[in-house]
Design a protein around this ligand. Structure first.
Ligand SMILES: Cc1cc2nc3c(=O)[nH]c(=O)nc-3n(C[C@H](O)[C@H](O)[C@H](O)COP(=O)(O)OP(=O)(O)OC[C@H]3O[C@@H](n4cnc5c(N)ncnc54)[C@H](O)[C@@H]3O)c2cc1C
Length: 348
């Protein structure tokens, strides 16, 4: 029987980044992934926005997360010989009230890495007239599908990936055996399927379905992401990802007419340009009630761990918290920040 240190369940952003952390640290690892189950990472637009426009604050922990994220994707781009992370500035059309707030923030040095300038006219054509246009720096996007595929090929080459479904109901779970592999620890990175996980049902997951379109718009500039109530993200060849929606009742990954219409209505409020819809996807975000990731060890099972709750910002969160997860698994005394520790869901 083959002996390994860590078995990971799920090859979305969480499982993939954790697998690389362990593998690059020289820890023996295997990943089990069921390709028939839905994967939010494949549907995600992959956008990174360092600002929260609603309140015009910085995104949670952005100063710590962004440097780790950029470094991690660069290292993986070299390892996998593929480019999948791209820096791209963002245009935010501003109302009069928003312009005043942006001008105030621009004088605040904490925002200096993220606000480039505030322009009177849009730097690109076909954006509806607004009072002003804020230009964000530090934004960008991950080609999530390309990244997962490149990672999958690497894991397959190294014989680290098993395509199968994992169930804790199997007899061998207690013996820490799966398909003739003896594992020491197991980490569940199952995305929104965590909601029905028998060992983690105390975590307050509130999955949110989202829909995204791919449009073809040959006359629209590809130099910026445009973002107001809907984002328009250039992905090359005059194609753009446009989204998204939030739905908490229907948690299928089936695209809906209602979702499409909602995105198109908001798009037509933002830009005036000819476009055709080429693709339409839906997926389910693994969002936690307090909008923070969830990491840690199961209270009843010493060898069972979870890494989940990447919510709406998986691209930015996953690299930093995969490192926290590595330390949790491999250094007995690592203390996880309270905000992300699964202990916050223990009943007192
Ligand atoms: C419409 C939409 C738009 C989004 N846009 C963005 C964006 O612009 N930027 C951003 O940062 N984030 C975005 N997100 C969020 C992002 O997708 C998630 O934060 C992230 O992908 C979650 O990764 P994950 O690994 O936790 O889950 P997933 O990607 O869902 O992966 C879970 C994996 O586990 C596998 N699995 C589950 N159970 C089992 C089992 N029992 N056995 C074997 N395998 C199993 C599944 O097959 C799946 O592959 C978006 C999400 C959606 C739905």
């Amino acid at each position: 029987m083959k002996k390994i240190e860590v078995l990971i369940v799920g090859q979305g952003l969480a499982g993939t980044l954790l697998a690389f952390e362990l593998h690059l640290a020289g820890v023996s690892v295997r990943i089990v992934n069921n390709p028939k189950k839905s994967t939010a990472t494949r549907v995600a637009a992959g956008m990174v926005n360092p600002l929260v426009f609603k309140r015009m604050t910085k995104s949670w922990m952005v100063d710590e997360l962004l440097p780790v994220m950029k470094k991690r994707y660069r290292v993986l781009e070299e390892l996998l010989r593929e480019r999948f992370y791209f820096d791209l500035p963002m245009i935010k059309p501003l109302s009069e009230q928003e312009t005043a707030l942006w001008q105030e923030r621009k004088t605040d040095e904490r925002f200096a890495p993220f606000i480039n300038e505030i322009c009177e006219s849009s730097p690109v054509d076909h954006v509806f007239k607004s009072n002003a246009y804020g230009i964000v720096k530090g934004s960008g996007y991950l080609k999530t599908g390309l990244f997962l595929d490149a990672a999958k090929r690497y894991f397959q080459q190294k014989e680290l990936l098993i395509e199968a479904d994992f169930s804790v109901q199997e007899d061998d779970f207690e013996n820490r055996v799966f398909q003739n592999i003896q594992f020491n620890k197991i980490v569940f990175c199952e995305g929104h399927y965590l909601k029905t996980h028998p060992l983690f049902d105390f975590i307050r997951l509130q999955p949110a379905k989202g829909e995204v379109l791919q449009i073809y718009a040959p006359d629209l500039s590809e130099e910026y992401i445009i973002n107001r109530r809907v984002f328009v993200l250039p992905i090359g060849d005059h194609r753009f990802k446009v989204g998204s929606t939030y739905e908490w009742k229907d948690l299928t990954d089936i695209p809906t007419e209602e979702g499409k219409n909602s995105i198109v209505d908001r798009l037509k409020d933002l830009i005036h340009v000819d476009f055709s819809i080429e693709q339409h996807w839906a997926g389910v975000r693994p969002t936690v009630i307090d909008r923070r990731p969830v990491l840690g060890k199961n209270p009843q099972h010493e060898h069972v761990f979870v890494f989940n709750g990447l919510g709406t910002k998986g691209v930015m969160l996953a690299p930093y918290f995969a490192k926290q997860m590595l330390w949790t698994l491999m250094k007995g005394n690592h203390i996880l920040p309270k905000e992300v520790n699964l202990q916050r869901f223990y009943k007192s």
